[in-house]
Design a protein around this ligand. Structure first.
Ligand SMILES: Cc1cc2nc3c(=O)[nH]c(=O)nc-3n(C[C@H](O)[C@H](O)[C@H](O)COP(=O)(O)OP(=O)(O)OC[C@H]3O[C@@H](n4cnc5c(N)ncnc54)[C@H](O)[C@@H]3O)c2cc1C
Length: 473
């Protein structure tokens, strides 16, 4: 007999025969706390999250996903779904419930003639990049190779190619889904079109995706990318230069900024290490021969401590931030969308970064615009089609004793930025304590439709461990 947490907050006992029957029906494995692999499965990117499911289904295919979903529904169990395990809110694991771990399902199949890729839900961005770039193809995803394709896509997805090609969801052409009923459906613009609309931004609320199909585009394999690292005391010039540069930038050009203490990067002089800096990170995905001229102004905003830039393989650039974003640290994020990087925003960010609570904390400014805004707000569930920038407060530290100090700093910076922000937030950057922002902040005008679709596809809210959209009463 094993005690499980139910979806309604109570407890239920499942007898061993039932669990053995589930185990026997799986192609993958059923992991109990004493089993090898249990801790690997339940451990997420954010070390703040330390949850212990009563059991884990480590799925090998869509058949296992159906078994797990049916078992959870029939026994009214709390159910959590894991793709890449990267989400800051850590809802991919649950205490006492059933965890459905998709991370063993990692295949990426490219059809170079049709320029399409079929991707399993445990694939990471690095898996996708390596397979697609082998054919000189790609589609917009994020900037860190260990992020999961699954969660990233279901929230929207943006990175270095998005200003040219849109969000990841704007390039999703089909998805296979296991519904709360256990039924397997194929979705696209013409099949279960309402569900396909909801999947494109609605997170894990509507079912378990067992396969994603993306439109691919030619890319690289070389891009012109790099980092220009300025001292924080030159932030005024850097922000002014950044404002002018991004206002004039074409769709092939994307420039982000990171405000933090300088990591000990080999191209920086030793005296810069640990000093507060503004890093301009950029990627030009247009014709290589034109890139040097286009990106030159980024080197001249001030007098940089150092520059590391040039043509490089896109797959390499996609791993550039991995060392700063490795799993295992404690993390707490806050995020806002912006129409402009105003002087007020600059002043607030610089003041906060001059006073970081730990050496690994940072504020980053991501550039959106371009093709991400050439889709209607109601065309997909992701509604923020006017945002030009996103600012993330990335609080990151090692020692639990610093939790309060670091979280307080993040909230203070977030509150100071609030009057200058749009009020919108990208659902994939929300921490676990922001349920009150889901309706107006994450979904705004699309929330009512999403809530009605939730009632159609998941009326009992079996998929509750996410930034939850409650079913319309
Ligand atoms: C270091 C770092 C860098 C990032 N950079 C970017 C970036 O550049 N661009 C960007 O857009 N985002 C970025 N993100 C945010 C990222 O998109 C989200 O964290 C995303 O949710 C990660 O997906 P995952 O599969 O790894 O997460 P998981 O934690 O496994 O999943 C998140 C949630 O999605 C749901 N889910 C996952 N898989 C499925 C599935 N197959 N079917 C149904 N529901 C599912 C579950 O509810 C789960 O709780 C970054 C995050 C981190 C931590």
């Amino acid at each position: 007999m094993i005690d499980f947490q139910t979806s309604q907050g109570g407890k239920t006992r499942i007898d061993d025969d039932k669990l053995e029957a589930l185990r026997g029906a799986l192609r993958g494995s059923l992991l109990m706390p004493a089993d090898e692999g249990y801790d690997v499965s339940r451990t997420l990117w954010n070390a703040m999250i330390d949850r212990h499911p009563a059991a884990i289904v480590r799925a090998a295919g869509a058949g296992d996903v159906m078994q797990a979903v049916n078992f959870a529904r029939e026994n009214a169990l709390l159910l959590a779904v894991r793709g890449g395990g990267h989400n800051i809110a850590g809802k991919a694991a649950c205490d006492g419930g059933l965890m459905l771990d998709l991370s063993a399902m990692r295949s990426v199949r490219v059809d170079p003639a049709a320029k399409r890729a079929r991707v399993e839900p445990g694939a990471l961005l690095g898996d996708f990049d390596r397979e697609t770039q082998a054919f000189g193809l790609s589609t917009p995803t994020g900037i860190n190779s260990t992020t999961g394709m699954s969660g990233l896509t279901l929230g929207g997805g943006f990175g270095w190619q998005s200003r040219k090609r849109g969000l990841t969801i704007d390039n999703l052409v089909a998805a296979d889904v296991v519904l709360a009923s256990g039924e397997f459906v194929q979705t696209s613009a013409t099949q279960h079109a309402d569900l396909f609309w909801a999947l494109r931004g609605g997170g894990g609320n509507f079912g378990v995706v067992t396969s994603f199909e993306y439109q691919l585009h030619p890319l690289g394999p070389q891009v012109l990318a790099g980092l220009v690292v300025y001292p924080l005391d030159q932030a005024k010039q850097v922000f002014e230069g950044y404002r002018q540069f991004t206002a004039a930038a074409g769709d092939d050009m994307t420039a982000w900024m990171v405000l933090r203490k300088a990591p000990p990067l080999p191209f920086l002089p030793a005296e810069a290490h640990g000093r507060p800096v503004v890093i301009v990170a950029f990627c030009w995905i247009g014709e290589l021969s034109k890139g040097e001229q286009v990106t030159k102004p980024l080197h001249g905003f001030g007098k940089p401590y150092g520059v590391h830039a040039g043509p490089m393989p896109f797959t390499g650039w996609q791993t550039a931030f991995d060392p700063l974003l490795a799993p295992g640290a404690r993390n707490y994020w806050k995020s806002h969308d912006f129409m402009a990087m105003s002087v007020d925003v600059e002043r607030i960010l610089c003041a906060a970064v001059a006073n970081l609570p730990s050496d690994e904390c940072e504020a980053f400014v991501g550039q959106l615009g371009g093709a991400t805004n050439r889709v209607g707000a109601a065309d997909t569930a992701y509604p923020h089609r006017d945002a030009e920038f996103v600012v993330n407060v990335h609080t990151r530290w090692r020692d639990a004793a610093d939790d309060r100090k670091c979280i307080t700093w993040a909230r203070g910076l977030f509150d100071a930025l609030t009057p200058h922000a749009t009020g919108g937030v990208y659902v994939n950057f929300m921490p676990e304590d922001e349920a009150q922002r889901v309706a107006a902040g994450a979904y705004g005008p699309n929330f009512a439709r999403l809530s009605a679709l939730k009632a159609k596809y998941d009326p009992a809210n079996l998929f509750s461990q996410n930034q939850n959209i409650p079913p319309k009463a």
